[in-house]
Design a protein around this ligand. Structure first.
Ligand code: UD1
Ligand code: MG
Length: 452
């Protein structure tokens, strides 16, 4: 009954919208997306398990089997909702000739380019969940998925210049205030498309974290968009691209919250790589099509730190077990650090591989990091030198446990999400206070908007 009433409200927001308000419609679609996601997920769980789409929750007593790849439901719902959104945006949101207004018809190519990129990512994620694609194969595929988007960018904007801060201009005695990166800027955008999905996927392993981080990042991006809308008018250059960004993000938050309801501790479903790739790609798509691929990275600070911190394991400097998630202790129900063990059989490896001992040149580095409380170490003093038996896996999830000690799964997740929000919010404030001072003016203002 309640959900029927909520759906009616959603439809009312979409249809009783005479002087078309895109944000109102987007909220309507978000509610609709939330409703569809939350009613579809419980309806398909048995079917998913029957097809073998399940995973063991490693941090619960008895490691129960729950459905996995559930991210496909909100992802498809999202595509569906965004397709339904098209007539509203591009009939009511532009003038009669489709040449101007909030969403002139030219913008439709951007919109469709975004959807095509997202669709490709959903397919890649699904293939990965079904067939476990090798890391080295799947890593670069998001760049291919971003090609439609990069072409739209090339045709519509083609802006590849970046601003140089005032002090650098003076210091280097430069005549201009910008430098044109040309094709390198496309290379940068393709890298963003690779980074966003993969970085969400490796900040994972505790209930609620994969979806939670995408909700927080979407929230921060919406704050950034709202900032531009509040200081601009419909004529100002960046207005309609930030409006478009909101039209992508608001329905995304709706479906993501629907998934979070089932993935939050104690999780009833796992989201799968489908979600990580899809969610990450939504941000790449919004950042690239909205011209803020650089600002976007400010909201990925925990993911960037996690990636850099993980690098020794990702690039094979030290062994990387199949799972790096924290270790669950059935006795007290708390999460403890998980370790990479040197010179031992890797228990999580399918091939029962033996890890090599830690490279002796890395021993002082590890001991130094331990002093700084940046890694947990189990060591022994033998014959006048330290022998390192194991070190904590290099994820910020484990790093948090080094700092907090054993902790409950939901508490740890909340702590990580709060950190994501706090750092993102701090960067957002810096972006709009320090950056205009450094660069002289805010580049989004000066940008030519070719749509109008
Ligand atoms: C990435 C991480 C891996 C981490 C895994 C957890 C890297 C390089 N890879 O691998 O270290 O262990 O994600 O998702 O950093 N699971 C839980 N509880 C959760 C979420 C997942 O127990 O809240 C377990 C389940 O058994 C689930 C599995 O993780 O089936 C999913 O792992 P998958 O997403 O396939 O791992 P990767 O993305 O390859
Ligand atoms: Mg994963």
């Amino acid at each position: 009954m309640l959900s029927l009433a909520v759906s009616v409200v959603a439809l009312a927001l979409i249809f009783t919208n005479e002087s078309f308000q895109p944000i109102q419609a987007a909220i309507g679609f978000a509610i609709l997306g939330y409703q569809m996601t939350t009613s579809l997920i419980p309806a398909v769980t048995t079917a998913f398990l029957k097809r073998g789409l399940g995973g063991r929750d490693l941090s619960k007593p008895g490691k129960p089997l729950i459905p996995e790849t559930m991210g496909i439901i909100p992802a498809i719902t999202y595509m569906f909702v965004m397709i339904l959104f098209i007539p509203f945006m591009f009939i009511f949101g532009s003038d009669q000739n489709g040449l101007s207004g909030m969403f002139p018809h030219k913008m439709l190519s951007t919109y469709l380019g975004c959807l095509l990129s997202l669709m490709s990512m959903i397919l890649l994620g699904l293939m990965d969940d079904l067939f476990d694609i090798r890391w080295r194969h799947k890593f670069f595929l998001p760049a291919v998925a971003s090609i439609p988007l990069l072409i739209v960018y090339y045709v519509d904007f083609g802006v590849t210049a970046i601003l140089i801060p005032h002090f650098l201009q003076q210091w280097l005695h430069l005549e201009t205030n910008s430098v044109d990166l040309g094709y390198f800027y496309y290379f940068y955008m393709a890298s963003v498309a690779i980074f966003c999905p993969n970085s969400v996927n490796i900040l994972a392993g505790i209930n609620g974290l994969e979806v939670g981080q995408t909700v927080v990042i979407a929230g921060l991006l919406l704050l950034n968009d709202l900032f531009y809308l509040s200081i601009g008018t419909i004529q100002s250059p960046s207005y309609s691209i930030h409006l478009l960004s909101m039209c992508f993000l608001i329905p995304f938050v709706g479906i993501a919250l629907g998934l979070l309801k089932y993935n939050w501790f104690p999780a009833r479903v796992f989201v799968g790589d489908t979600w990580c790739y899809f969610g990450g790609m939504v941000f790449a798509v919004v950042g690239i099509s909205g011209h803020f691929a650089k600002t976007l990275m400010l909201f990925f600070l925990p993911q960037i730190v996690n990636f850099v911190y993980s690098a020794p394991q990702l690039f094979g400097l030290i062994p990387c077990p199949r799972h790096r998630l924290p270790k669950f202790n059935e006795e007290d129900g708390l999460l403890y650090n998980s370790y990479t063990e040197y010179g031992q059989i890797d228990a999580t490896s399918e091939k029962g591989r033996q890890n090599p001992p830690l490279n002796s040149r890395l021993v002082p580095v590890v001991l130094f990091l331990e002093k700084l409380k940046l890694i947990g170490v189990v060591k022994e003093y033998q014959d006048g030198e330290w022998v390192i038996h194991k070190t904590t896996n290099l994820t910020i999830i484990n790093l948090f446990i080094v700092w907090t000690g054993p902790i409950r799964e939901d508490k740890l997740c909340t702590l990580l999400l709060a950190t994501q929000f706090a750092t993102g919010f701090f960067m957002l404030v810096l972006r709009h206070t320090l950056a205009p001072m450094l660069f002289g003016f805010d580049n989004s203002w000066s940008m030519l908007n070719r749509y109008n």
